[in-house]
Design a protein around this ligand. Sequence first.
Ligand code: GDP
Length: 441
Amino acid sequence: QDHYLPLRLRDKEIDINKKYEELRGSVKSILNLVVVGHVDAGKSTLMGHLLYLKGIVAQRTMHKYEQESKKLGKQSFMSRGVTVDVAHRTFETSSKTISLLDAPGHRDFIPSMITGAARADVAILVVDASTGGFEAGFETGGQTREHAILTRSLGLSELAVAVNKLDSVDWSQERFKEIVTSLKHFLKTVGYRDSDVTYIPCSGLTGENLVEPPRDTALKNWYSGPTLLEAIDNLPVPERAINRPIRFCISDVYKGQGSSMCVGGRLETGYIQNGDRLMLMPQGDIATVKGIQAENLEPGYSFAGDHVTLNISGIDPTVLHVGDFLCDPQEPIPQTTRIQARIVVFNITVPIIKGSQFDFHYQSVNGMARVKKLVSQLHKSTGQIIKNRPRALVKNSSAVIELEFERPLCLEVYKNYKELGRFMLRNNGVTVAAGMVTQIN
Ligand code: GDP
């Protein structure tokens, strides 16, 4: 193939917005939800109970764990059952299908929660309203602040805050107000306006105000706002970028019929139809789409946000890798060995310095990255520069850095492609920072 010829993606354009409306107008949009909050805030119990009320965790499973935890003398009858059951669950709200990212409840949940946050469209922040519980999560050492900074840094523009365990303080409105006031003040400094945040008094243990409006008069007397489920339903759906150039990130490769190949993955932006010619990046080879399949979706089309399998021909199987991209040949994804990025550093023990090496992760892409330069340190909440060219970055700091990759990676700037500009830096399997690409050099 001669890639210097302007290769056309398709011979004839169609009115894709009309087609989308026709095929998907009545299909609920899928939102990826991450649940964050201090350890023991009640995340597992809350989500477990919600799934249970939605009929997703079977009664029998619940009963079994109830018996087991009684034997163990454990207060939370749900946490164990749920921990096992929760991973990648979906449930329905009135206008959306919610896909729950990662399983809360494990002690090692935090790193996966962070991975979850980087892929999430929306977030619930769970806080513990019990006496001293909120304070433990909110003050020094607590994760409430860190997690709110993280969701904000990763571009989640609205939050639902579950003010949980309010049963333990007899549904005290005063306690609820006290917590909301503290959080409002703090969340504003992080960049959430009051109108971006909904506070929902609830109990993961009793199930109060999760799916059905409050029954307990102690809460009913003063609260008439949304249930947790309604609040989730009200979170904004990210724009489906069907009118943008194609970016299909490959997460699975296997042999199809005859000489064709199958690639699974997520179409981040644009739309694909049968017969399209796509450019494989970073290789530059051209593939032709012979078939498009996804569960519950009409064959022949794929739109931004879909997880689909493409049947492609014309490509040498040996050049296909997980982490590669299929793109519009006229506007392929850039590849680079150097980027500038804004990062949030997690609870690390060894400071990040010039020359530090990390595993660079995003989507299905993996690579080695080296810190080329520490450009500036930023104020964690306001994002203002507090120091130019810092010598080291310690835990919980924010910064602008330059990274250099061992081999070229396909990336986009966060501002242009939200979906493709967020990444994670890891070390020995531990996530040390999350960030977004601000510049491709
Ligand atoms: P996680 O670490 O955030 O996932 O928290 P868990 O769901 O494991 O809950 C931590 C503890 O809080 C457990 O002992 C639960 O029984 C208790 N708990 C969770 N939700 C509630 C609640 O709504 N009310 C009360 N009173 N206790 C709760």
